[in-house]
Ligand binder design. Structure first.
Ligand code: UGA
Length: 431
């Protein structure tokens, strides 16, 4: 089957590459020439496990990129909208990129005779497809949604760093549609994937995505709250959660406490659901607490640091881990950011290391020192903050000896508290 993918960010590039890998003919569309050129030269515009290989196999065969909407709409039967929906200053999603994509799609559908299905994959607040996407496309194309073009909403559940795996091995596929035809044609695209496919209306599909992310974020904030209580009583919350997670109704996943959740999705999606609820006159207390607790959680690292050190001014503090989680170079809403801000404000000298995310962090902090090894980062430091759960941080026993004062604050349960050498002053965040 032939499909176009609008937007070559995390979701769009993975969606396009994986559909090509499944045997479909795919055209990626982006207004950013640089990204178009990168894809056409078989280079992934993002770091994502397995993506380079898929692009190498498929670009020039069943996949290519363009900035030309007309070409993409004319030569395909589906257009997946995968543009970003960033938060605006009030926490609501910014629909400008989505609206622009709809206008371009609509204009190019005007003269198309053949049936075309528009599929929204971007995460949007329930009813956005009905209230925003459809009216724009109908106006620009002069056609009626349903009878003259199809409309579906097909949310993604892809974790950054594992997105290719998640696309190919999903727990579920959700397809919301304006009518049966729109639902079933999208379902066919996934025929080679063996999983549950749920067919819903448009707004239910949009809501499933928000609830999925909000529930996972709630689980993490719950785990952090329990962790904070455990810390006050000298209990290791990881031992507690290991047992609690054995209850099949709870499951062992997303119970790891630490410095809070980050990334481009959880904070934005929970805030957007809060905003929508308030707009509807409902006060979403649980969701608000999830965000409040998450905003305070990184500062627990600072609380411990302040208790252990008389003053921060003039000290050298090593931050190991800048990405919002391991396996990615993404630093959006990373817990390291408020911590580095605080350290700089107090006059500390910050040295940082991350296996992938240093280049991105340079755009946020140009005034800290980045090192190319863990050893360099730790040499002569007064304290080390473990902020991301990278595997390479798990075996740093010898490197810790390079520090001046061997204080380690572990914000992600990277080190096993039972294996810490006697001369290291180790403090876990919630254990
Ligand atoms: C998340 C969802 O997991 C995906 O299903 C979804 O498709 C995606 O958002 C999205 O909406 O596009 P992602 O943001 O890549 O994926 O990250 P996760 O692996 O879910 O982790 C989110 C944050 O929670 C990270 O900061 C992580 O460190 C934190 N976390 C996760 C914890 O603090 N504890 C846990 O036990 C699990």
């Amino acid at each position: 089957m032939k499909l176009s993918v609008i937007g070559t960010g995390y979701v769009g590039t993975v969606t396009a590459a994986c559909f090509a890998e499944l045997g479909h003919e795919v055209i990626c569309v982006d207004t950013d020439e640089k990204k178009v050129d990168m894809i056409n030269s078989r280079q992934a515009p993002i770091i994502e496990d397995g993506l380079d290989e898929i692009l190498k196999r498929n670009v020039g065969v069943s996949l290519h990129a363009t900035n030309n909407y007309e070409e993409a709409v004319r030569n395909t039967d589906f257009s997946f909208i995968c543009v970003g929906t960033p938060s605006d200053i009030d926490g609501n999603i910014d629909l400008q990129p989505l609206k622009n994509a709809c206008r371009c799609l609509g204009t190019n559908l005007r003269n198309k005779k053949k049936y075309h299905c528009v599929v929204v994959k971007s995460t949007v607040v329930p009813k956005t497809t009905e209230d925003v996407v459809i009216p724009i496309i109908e106006k620009e194309s002069g056609k009626s949604a349903g009878s003259e073009f199809g409309v579906s909403m097909n949310p993604e559940f892809l974790r950054e760093g594992k997105a290719v795996y998640d696309f190919m091995n999903p727990d579920k596929i959700v397809i919301g549609g304006i009518d049966k035809r729109s639902q079933l044609c999208v379902k066919e695209l996934y025929d080679k994937i063996d999983t549950n496919v749920s067919i819903t209306d448009l707004k239910t599909a949009e809501m499933i995505k928000y609830v999925n992310n909000s529930f996972l974020a709630t689980k993490v904030s719950f785990a952090n709250e329990i962790g904070n209580i455990c810390k006050l009583m000298g209990i290791n919350t990881y031992e507690v959660m290991e047992q609690v997670g054995k209850d099949f109704r709870i499951s062992p996943h997303f119970l790891r406490s630490g410095a809070g959740f980050g990334g481009s999705c959880f904070p934005k999606d929970v805030r957007a659901l809060i905003g929508k609820s308030i707009e509807l006159g409902y006060d979403p207390k649980i969701l608000q607490s999830v965000i409040e607790l998450n905003e305070k959680q990184p500062l627990k690292v600072i609380d411990i640091l302040k208790k252990k050190m008389n003053k921060l001014e003039g000290t050298q503090i090593t931050v190991l881990g800048l990405a919002f989680k391991s396996g990615t170079d993404d630093i959006r809403e990373s817990s390291s950011i408020p911590i580095i801000n605080y350290l700089l404000e107090k006059g500390a000298y910050v040295v940082a290391y991350d296996p992938l995310a240093m280049n991105n962090m340079r755009n946020v902090f140009s005034n800290i020192r980045y090192t190319s090894t863990i050893e360099e980062a730790l040499e002569n430091s007064d304290a080390c903050l473990l902020m991301t759960d990278w595997d390479e941080f798990r075996e740093i026993d010898n490197e810790l000896n390079l520090m001046k004062r061997k204080l380690v604050i572990d914000a992600r349960y990277v080190l096993n508290p039972n294996d810490i050498k006697a001369d290291i002053k180790y403090e876990g965040l919630c254990w």
